[in-house]
Design a protein around this ligand. Structure first.
Ligand code: KIV
Length: 295
């Protein structure tokens, strides 16, 4: 008589979650594992997810890092920017993602966004907000901006909270930036970006999202940073890893997709297949294509 595998997921009426792939072999993603990947030149893959099922599918497709991004304000809540997202909403979605991952014994590293206004007041406020997301199950928190954020990053890292920074187009400050525009163009802006990146690494950030910055600038920053892994979105192929908003790469945007997005549902027969195609395209260097997806 055959016995079911202990780790096989139970069929449930509302969306059975997939088995992680390949189930027994994969090790949980951790900071040392990300460093090993970097050292052997393997690209790090990241996708956003906001609920249990999509997070589980992304993990099963081989995505290493799941970002519970405050982009959920736009793709889930219908807001016109990320500015209106609250800490309570981030906690709710982080818990949902983490539950989905736990149900399939997933291995992904979970990063959760500190929303606008939840870390701007003081380092202590940032710690309280970050602790809320870590209690919800995040492994790392992300915050936007350079310069003024470095002391906050150091304060959090010293207290055991891994931090991902975010430079370039920082959506929480879209109104101050005057729109969703490329950042770091020109010598002086590129220099400031590089200085901020180095300060954030010195403060202890282990990851840095570079959004909509020229490919050459992102590539130079990547070479300069040794302990902080750059994750690009619209920043060319020279970064240590890539991230996309899940809804964009699945082609379910109602508006026009940004230039830096590829629709991975083209030619895929399932969401999992599309996500797996994204993982292999990032790993084999065929996405992004600097001619098409970068500045
Ligand atoms: O909120 C988000 O999804 C992000 C990505 C665009 C990097 O910050």
């Amino acid at each position: 008589m055959s016995t079911p595998q202990a780790s096989a997921p139970m069929a449930t009426p509302y969306g059975t979650l997939p088995a992680a792939s390949p189930l027994p072999q994969r090790k949980p993603v951790s900071l040392p594992r990300l460093m090993e990947m970097r050292e052997r030149g393997e690209k790090i893959t990241m996708l956003t997810a906001y609920d249990a099922t999509f997070a589980a599918v992304a993990d099963a497709a081989g995505v290493e890092c799941i970002l519970v991004g405050d982009s959920l304000g736009m793709v889930c809540q219908g807001l016109s920017s990320t500015v209106g997202v609250t800490l309570e909403t981030m906690r709710y979605h982080t818990e949902s993602v983490v539950r989905g991952l736990q149900r399939i014994q997933a291995t992904a590293w979970v990063i959760s966004d500190l929303p606008f206004g939840s870390y701007h007041e003081s380092k202590e406020q940032a710690l309280r907000s970050a602790a809320e997301l870590m209690r919800a199950g995040a492994h790392m928190i992300k915050l936007e901006g350079g310069g003024w954020t470095a002391p906050t990053v150091q304060f959090l890292v010293e207290r055991g909270i891994p931090v991902c920074a975010h430079l370039g187009l920082t959506p929480q400050t879209v109104h101050a930036l005057g729109g969703y525009r490329v950042q770091g163009r020109g010598d002086s802006a590129a220099l400031t970006l590089r200085r901020h990146a180095l300060e954030l690494q010195d403060a202890g950030a282990n990851m840095l999202v570079l959004e909509m910055v020229p490919a050459t600038v992102a590539s130079e920053i990547t070479t300069e940073l040794k302990t902080c892994h750059t994750i690009g979105i619209g920043a060319g192929k020279g970064t240590a890893g890539q991230v996309l908003v899940m809804h964009d790469m699945l082609g379910i945007n109602l508006g026009k997709n940004p230039k830096f997005v590829r629709n991975f549902m083209d030619g895929a027969s399932s969401v999992r297949e599309a996500m797996a195609a994204y993982v292999s395209a990032v790993k084999n260097g065929s996405f992004p294509d600097d001619q098409l997806h970068a500045w």
